[in-house]
Design a protein around this ligand. Structure first.
Ligand code: DP6
Length: 358
């Protein structure tokens, strides 16, 4: 789908060289995106908490060159050339060229670093694509002499073309992506801020990420999304996700944490159920993922805590809890869950307001 309003007409400024830096956070979906069509369009609406401590910093240096065939760029991770990342960026540039048509007129150096270890199993595609999209949007803004114009929408639009969930990493703390009849302004093309009232219980929500398995993903998200095309339960799954998003609206407004837990945990398990029932089928959870889930359930039963879990496309567990329970849950994690993390590692995070220029 071509979005006409995102195609620029002409640039009035001329920039020979410079650099732009952005920091973008990761996000964790409460209602999951799993299944896409067309050019990075979601089969159902999703909603996520924008995180804060888990982020990517990217500097885009640009130098004017004679317009030529192909894109000219190099990618560096923590100061080291990372050729493995370049095919993904190449594909990203191909997809976005019509929306940022200056790409072939510059030579780019993309320098990126993550606040979390590369081997942590935490996906850097959402925060990384978001940060790069913001750098490009800012460069475009300078080229068009439109300093100060709101550009979140276009940055999110571009980020989506790099990685779907990246479009939810521009702003915060709660972002919706995908058209949904109950959420005005929602779009398949970019993420939008959740427009309704949110109870204090869900403000500054805590997310401790337990690093269960830090290895390479067995199955990439792209392959997993594609397996939804011929999936026997696809239609019901997309419907379930959209229904869960509808159910979340009063839950978030009223601070109904027990319903919140049911929706969020069911979403995580439904996502993994889709993986287990696709052809070929696969399991991303590890024995320790299940051990942790069971321990969270027992702790909740025994103490009345409102701690719950969610999962992304991997074995790591995101432990979600309200700020008011920070002390108790931190102790529980340290004593009861840490032994099931690889090298005892976990990362405390919480909801945040989105990306920032550096
Ligand atoms: C399980 O955004 O990584 O984290 O669009 O192919 O880059 P691509 O996929 P990606 O998928 C994320 C899936 C998920 C759920 C979610 O974040 O909503």
């Amino acid at each position: 789908m071509v979005k006409q309003s995102f195609i620029p007409t002409a640039y009035s400024n001329f920039l020979t060289e410079g650099s732009i830096s952005w920091q973008s956070p990761s996000n964790i979906a409460l209602v999951k995106y799993w299944g896409k069509y067309g050019e990075q369009l979601p089969k159902n609406a999703s909603i996520s908490f924008t995180l804060s401590n888990c982020h990517t910093k990217t500097t885009l240096s640009y130098k004017k060159i004679k317009p030529s065939e192909g894109f000219h760029f190099e990618v560096y991770l923590d100061g080291k050339r990372e050729k493995d990342f370049e095919p993904k960026i190449q594909k990203f540039f191909e997809r976005i060229e019509k929306y940022v048509p200056f790409l072939k007129e510059y030579e780019f150096k993309i320098e990126t670093s993550n606040s979390f270890p590369h081997s942590s199993g935490i996906a850097s595609s959402a925060s990384g694509m978001s940060a790069l999209a913001l750098c490009l949007t800012q460069l475009e803004r300078s080229l068009s002499g439109a300093e100060g114009t709101e550009t979140e929408e276009k940055a999110s639009f571009l980020a989506r073309l790099g990685s779907g969930s990246a479009c939810r990493s521009i702003e915060g703390p709660l972002i919706v992506w995908g058209e949904h009849p109950d959420i005005y302004g929602s779009s398949n093309l970019f993420g939008t801020k959740y427009p309704f009232e949110v109870h204090d219980t869900f403000k500054n929500y805590q997310d401790t990420i337990l690093l269960v398995d830090k290895g390479e993903k067995q199955v990439s998200s792209t392959v997993g999304h594609n397996l939804m095309h011929d999936h026997p339960f696809a239609k019901q799954r997309f419907q379930q996700a959209n229904n869960n998003l509808s159910k979340l609206i009063p839950v978030l407004r009223e601070g109904d944490i027990s319903e919140f837990i049911k929706i969020v945990e069911s979403e995580a398990l439904s996502l993994h159920a889709m993986m287990m029932t696709s052809m070929p089928y696969f399991i991303l959870m590890k024995p320790n993922t299940l051990e942790i889930i069971n321990r969270i359930w027992n702790f909740r039963k025994e103490t009345g805590s409102n701690v719950c879990f969610t999962l992304d496309a991997g074995a790591n567990v995101h432990v979600l809890y309200p700020e008011a329970e920070k002390e108790n849950v931190s102790t529980f994690i340290e004593t009861d869950l840490k032994p099931f993390c690889k090298n005892g590692e976990y990362i405390h995070d919480h909801t945040g307001d989105g990306a920032a220029a550096l």
